[in-house]
Write a protein that binds this ligand. Sequence first.
Ligand SMILES: Cc1cc2nc3c(=O)[nH]c(=O)nc-3n(C[C@H](O)[C@H](O)[C@H](O)COP(=O)(O)OP(=O)(O)OC[C@H]3O[C@@H](n4cnc5c(N)ncnc54)[C@H](O)[C@@H]3O)c2cc1C
Length: 349
Amino acid sequence: MKDADVVIIGGGIAGVSLAARIGDRARVILLERESMLAAHTTGRSAAVFTETYGNAAVRELTRASRDFFERPPEGFTGHPLLHPRASLFIARAEDHARIEKFVGENPGMVEWLAPDEAVRRMPVLKRGYFAAAALEPGSADIDVHALFDGFRRLALHQGAAIVTNAEVAALERGARWAVVAGGERYRAPVVVNAAGAWAGVVGEMAGLGNRGIQPMRRTAIMIDAPENTDVSGWLFVNDAGEQFYFKPDAGRILASLADETPSPPCDAQPEEIDVATIAWRLEEATHLNVKRIRRRWAGLRTFTPNRTPIFEFDAAAPGFFWLAGQGGYGIQTSPAISQRAADAILAAL
Ligand SMILES: Cc1cc2nc3c(=O)[nH]c(=O)nc-3n(C[C@H](O)[C@H](O)[C@H](O)COP(=O)(O)OP(=O)(O)OC[C@H]3O[C@@H](n4cnc5c(N)ncnc54)[C@H](O)[C@@H]3O)c2cc1C
């Protein structure tokens, strides 16, 4: 039996960032099923920071995270966490209402751009594909590795224990929570459910239901840049109708179908049809010629029914904390969510 103040289930960005925030003030044990951290959704993102993404609550969380990205704590990382990259949103005629709503919801953050100007900025786009465009100048690429590793090192430095190959198989509620994982038994007054796509499963294991949490598969590919073209300064291009997005990534182009296919929690794999559809849509909207797909992958973005992340104690079960439903914004919101989750947990200890 191992005792702690807080047992965190899940070694993705959610669990590890929380461990970093409370490791100096509570005895923390983080349990991860896999042999390495960040093997699931956290390791499969598009690494974008955009303050206009998601509903109002998500946008507030992202905006509240910006300061951490720009001024991380002393010693957190030797690399900048953000690399500026403006986002270009393009809309076909049938998606005009969507882009209009989007621009209206983000005053001061996005501006209309004449389609000819959009093509001047991104000549790879076919002028005939879209009828309207808008620019978000303040978005950025995230160095996810530096962010995650900063949180991981901070958690360890502050005394948190991180245990891999430790799949939580049972949760028992008593005066304290008992957690069975990897042949060991742990005991703590607070258990944190940061299990990503498995958050619903862990909630059910605790006898608390799954709160309607639903993983959704999203597919991405990496392709070569056009020959003799430096793509490093390209914009992050987003189709307002959620048909696709693409951006440069280390000399190549990362593109996604922007798909949301409901999936059980699993090690998500890309479907051939989705990979082919990304290539087809890219060729329809741009002058890119997708000759060879260098890499393909899929990950599960996990949503609550209202698409707002939850970071709160379960009303029916003292000591059970939900840190779940980060959807497609769990990296960019991690500084604010981990801070707010830490404040709630430390106040309860
Ligand atoms: C294609 C794609 C693009 C994305 N792009 C962006 C982006 O540009 N910007 C952004 O901010 N976000 C993006 N996201 C979303 C972001 O990646 C997620 O919101 C975030 O990674 C979720 O982190 P997490 O820690 O909740 O989940 P995970 O990283 O999946 O971590 C959960 C962990 O819990 C572990 N676990 C589960 N059950 C158990 C158990 N019983 N016992 C022990 N361990 C367990 C799992 O093994 C896993 O390691 C993207 C996602 C995808 C798929």
